[in-house]
Structure formats: structure tokens, C-alpha cells
Ligand binder design. Structure first.
Ligand code: BV8
Length: 226
């Protein structure tokens, strides 16, 4: 019997207990910043200093953060499960990797810089400014390598292949409000997967899941994998 394939989508909720803010919980990032001001290409064109400041703050917080038991449990599952375990994350921190796991970062990564002029990618310094010249073309057009609203998430074809070939789809710590990630559960279910949601509360897409485990990720995820 071939071991089953598991695809896991994570959101900001899996990193909340590592001290990194979520977006839509009370006091979340979108309570303090308008998406239009800090997370769109138009915002970056209009005020690159403000956008860099928003991501510099989050990059410094991410650098201080440690994985929590939920990240370690998923890394253990990736190492121990006889089948394939694919993590697709909406998060731009590197806590899955810091816990020893691997992840597809569909919304980009705080740790990378992207040149808007030539597309060159490089490790991001802790503090980015609009004056940073691109190491490849010299243009002063480097931005955080982040997928903003209105931009196409990374590795979508690869993700679709995983959704269409998995036996179990699990969403952990995501409010199900941002597409295309919020539509993954329907895509996986249509291809025949069982679906499980792990969250502290109901999400926008809870009704689409077969099963639910409610609680803090640092407790529910280790309980689920063992
Ligand atoms: C695209 C940048 C085309 C990175 C982000 C109208 C209808 C439908 C869609 C649209 C529409 N108008 C526009 C759209 C498209 C738009 C969209 O979905 N808008 C929404 C707001 C309606 N999407 C896009 O623009 C995307 N691009 O569509 O391109 C396309 C697509 C495919 C193919 C071809 C073309 C681009 C989306 C990416 C935008 N970038 N951020 C960054 O700054 O970090 S999105 C942002 O939201 C973050 O990336 C974040 O990851 C993502 C989702 O948020 P969550 O991770 O879910 O976090 P949230 O705070 O919302 O929820 C936390 C959850 O955790 C809660 O449920 C909470 O209960 C739980 N929780 C908290 N603590 C714990 C916990 N659970 C367990 N334990 C805990 N301790």
C-alpha cells in the first residue's frame, strides 16, 4: 500500500505563538496598516520608504523569533512519514526551515530581495532602503521579495499538481480570506482528498473541510501528528 501524500497549507496562525503578528486577529497587522499602503505594488511605487519600513520591522521580528512546537511537529512529520509531506506556506518568515522542515513560500520570503528592474534575487539585508543598488544591474529598484495583492503567487503550477495528487489536505492557522490559497481546500477535495482544518476559531472556509481540530497550533498540531 503506497503511503499517503499529505499537503499542508500554513498561515500566520502557526507563527503566532512564536511572537509574530497575524493579520486579521484583534490588533493584527491590518488593524495598524492599510493593505493599500504597504502590501501592493502601487504602494511601493508611491512610498518605497514606508513599505521598506513595514517589512524591515517584520524582518527584524522574524529574525528574533523561534519555531514553536507546531513548526517542529511538521518538520518531524516530513522526516518520519513514509509518504510525501508538502508544506505550502503563506507566511514569509523562515520558521518552518528553522525547525528543520521545508516549505513552498507562495507569498515570497522576508529573507530575500528582488530587483524590480532586472529580476535578480539576493539575500535581503536586515534593513532595506530604496537607495540599495541591485548587485546585478546597479538599479536602485530592489524591493522585498514578497507577493503583494494583485500579484501572482509563486509556484502555482507546482502547488496545483500537489493539490490534485494528495490524499489529505490540512490547513493550519489561516483565516481563509486570501485567494488563491483560500481556494486550495476546494481544489484538493474535488480531486478526492480528505480535508482537515486546524485553527483556534472558525475561518471563512471552515464549512469546506471534512474535519476540524480547534485549539492553539502549538498544542493541536503535535497532537495531530503523533
Ligand atoms: C492574485 C504579503 C491573481 C506578504 C499577502 C475578491 C474576491 C476574491 C479574491 C480577490 C478579490 N479581490 C482581490 C482578490 C485577490 C486577492 C485577495 O484574495 N484579496 C482578499 C483580501 C479578498 N489576492 C491576491 O491579490 C493574490 N494574487 O489573486 O493574483 C492570480 C492568482 C492565481 C493565479 C493567477 C492570477 C495575492 C495574495 C497575496 C497577498 N500577499 N501578504 C506579507 O506581507 O506577509 S496576503 C496576507 O494574507 C499574508 O500573506 C497572509 O499570509 C495571508 C493570509 O492571512 P493568514 O495567514 O490567513 O493570516 P490571518 O491573520 O488572516 O489569519 C490568522 C489565522 O490564524 C486566523 O484564522 C486565526 O484564528 C488563526 N490563529 C491565530 N493564532 C493561532 C491561530 N490558529 C492556531 N493557533 C494559534 N495560536
Amino acid at each position: 500500500m503506497v503511503a499517503s501524500k499529505i499537503v499542508i497549507l500554513t498561515g500566520a496562525g502557526i507563527s503566532a505563538e512564536s511572537g509574530l503578528g497575524t493579520f486579521r486577529d484583534n490588533g493584527g497587522l491590518w488593524d495598524r496598516h492599510r493593505i493599500e499602503d504597504v502590501a501592493t505594488p502601487e504602494a511601493f511605487a508611491r512610498d518605497p520608504d514606508l513599505v521598506h519600513s513595514f517589512y524591515n520591522t517584520r524582518r527584524a521580528q522574524a529574525a528574533q523569533a523561534e519555531p514553536n512546537p507546531a513548526h517542529f511537529a511538521l518538520a518531524w512529520l516530513q522526516a518520519d512519514w513514509p509518504g510525501e509531506v508538502v508544506i505550502v506556506t503563506q507566511n514569509v518568515d523562515w520558521l518552518h526551515e528553522k525547525a528543520g522542515g521545508t516549505a513552498i513560500h507562495m507569498h515570497g520570503e522576508l529573507s530575500r530581495a528582488l530587483c524590480a528592474n532586472c529580476g535578480h534575487r539576493s539575500p535581503a539585508p536586515l534593513v532595506m532602503t530604496p537607495a540599495d543598488p541591485c548587485r546585478a544591474c546597479g538599479a536602485r529598484a530592489t524591493r522585498p521579495d514578497i507577493v503583494w495583492f494583485g500579484e501572482i503567487p509563486y509556484r502555482m503550477e507546482e502547488i496545483a499538481d500537489h493539490l490534485h495528487s494528495c490524499d489529505l489536505f490540512v490547513a493550519i492557522g489561516t483565516s481563509g480570506q486570501v485567494y488563491p490559497a483560500a481556494g486550495f481546500v476546494t481544489e484538493a477535495a474535488y480531486a478526492g482528498a480528505r480535508t482537515l482544518e486546524i485553527n483556534m476559531t472558525d475561518s471563512e472556509t471552515s464549512a469546506a473541510f471534512d474535519d476540524h481540530r480547534v485549539g492553539l497550533a502549538s498544542q493541536t498540531v503535535p497532537a495531530w501528528v503523533t
